[in-house]
Ligand binder design. Structure first.
Ligand code: SAM
Length: 380
């Protein structure tokens, strides 16, 4: 991500815009990579000195103690403001290039399709707050065929991932989900595939690349995001059929798909929605079909004061209220309860490029953020 790379949909930023975007990336690296370990160390010293573990609310008391320290408050402020700045600089750059973006979104002879629904309402857990502080959230639609919200999510998401998830294509999650299929279900030759919660299609295109004969579908809640996803897929040369639906309950008939997958969706949905999405992924599979649910690679440790406090901070300073629940869920039990057999949970080594060229490995240990992803999978 050091040099501007051509993108199939995002107009080229100017030199100054690029400098701003790289500054935000470096600021976020500094906040999370350099400052966070210092705060963590200080928090552990404070926890011991004040003996918060001996109280009836260790995390709350540790938070109160830390809030008394100016460096902790400054770190939290910097963390939140760097995230807000991210959307500002990306949004400004895209606003200046709105005409070029609209031109790129006009596809003459599409291979795929997009189906939006003006009566659709996104579930409350997605509209009650702007997840990741992205203005307007996933469902915002400036209207009249606009792809602006999708463009914001695409470019902002790549910077949010610090360029470590496939640069501006931000596609290593999808490549890794496909690598998991090749690793654990090598006999599966899916003819029909759907990604639930596909966003702008960053993780959908890898399915089309890995299984070029398959029919590919993507489901999400935002009309602008999906229009953008459609144009983006077309410009990448892959045919995907996108539709605006709730992943908890889609309009596809039972047993429609050979492979159903999600990437980084479950930690953004309510606890009941997680159960519904797992059940829906089971309903959509033909017998013998496979579901793959890929999640962030750091399951947290209950009882670890810093992990517990971090989950609260993620909820309060990055609008991620379901982070703790998703990172402590028993996915093995949830998958079995949803009706899956041959259930596997563990860490898939990140595919840093096309899944078919990946160094395939699935095991019980996380190899670290961006180096592996948590996966729960199973067969219908
Ligand atoms: C972090 S983004 C990941 C997007 C995409 N899977 C990827 O890997 O780039 C999470 C996505 O899940 C979608 N999502 C969450 N709950 C959903 C639901 N009930 N129905 C449809 N989409 C949902 C959000 O709208 C958002 O686009």
């Amino acid at each position: 991500m050091n040099a501007p790379a051509p993108h199939p949909m995002i107009p080229e930023p100017s030199h100054d815009e690029m400098a701003e975007q790289l500054f935000v990336r470096d600021l976020k690296l500094f906040v999370m990579g350099d400052l966070e370990p210092v705060q963590r160390k200080m928090a552990m010293q404070v926890a011991d000195a004040v003996d918060v573990r001996a109280t009836n609310d260790p995390v709350g008391n540790l938070r109160t103690e830390m809030m008394d320290r100016s460096s902790f408050r400054q770190w939290l402020g910097l963390r939140r403001e760097s995230q807000r700045l991210l959307w500002d600089v990306v949004g400004d750059s895209l606003d200046r290039r709105a005409d070029e973006l609209a031109d790129r979104a006009a596809i003459a002879q599409p291979k795929g399709s997009v189906r939006t629904n003006p009566d659709f309402r996104a579930p409350g857990y997605l509209v009650d707050g702007d997840v990741h502080l992205m203005p307007g959230g996933y469902e915002a639609d400036p209207g009249e065929g606009s792809v602006a919200q999708g463009a914001l999510m695409d470019r902002g998401g790549a910077i949010y991932m610090l360029g470590r998830n496939g640069g501006y294509l931000n596609d290593f999650r999808g490549q890794t989900a496909m690598a998991h299929v090749l690793t654990c279900y090598p006999d599966l030759n899916p003819q029909k595939i759907v990604e639930l919660g596909c966003g702008v299609g960053s993780s959908t295109a890898p399915a089309a690349i890995c299984f070029p004969e398959a029919e590919i579908y993507g489901v999400d809640v935002g009309a602008s995001m999906l229009r953008y996803a459609h144009a983006r897929a077309e410009r990448l040369g892959v045919a995907v059929h996108f539709s605006q639906q709730n992943a908890e309950s889609t309009d596809f008939p039972d047993g429609s798909f050979d492979l159903v997958y999600t990437c980084a969706v479950l930690h953004e949905t309510s606890q009941s929605a997680v159960i519904n999405i797992l059940r829906e992924s089971r309903r959509l599979l033909r017998p013998g079909g496979v579901a793959v649910h890929l999640e962030v690679p750091l399951l947290m440790t209950i009882g670890s004061l810093w992990d517990e406090l971090s989950a609260e901070l993620e909820a309060d300073y990055n609008n991620e209220p379901y982070w703790r629940g998703a990172l402590t869920a028993d996915y093995e039990a949830l998958m079995r309860a949803a009706g899956f057999d041959d259930v596997r949970t563990g860490y898939q080594r990140a595919s840093m490029g096309a899944a078919r060229h990946a160094n395939l490995h699935f095991g019980p240990e996380s190899e670290g953020v961006f180096r592996s992803w948590f996966v729960a999978s199973g067969r219908a």
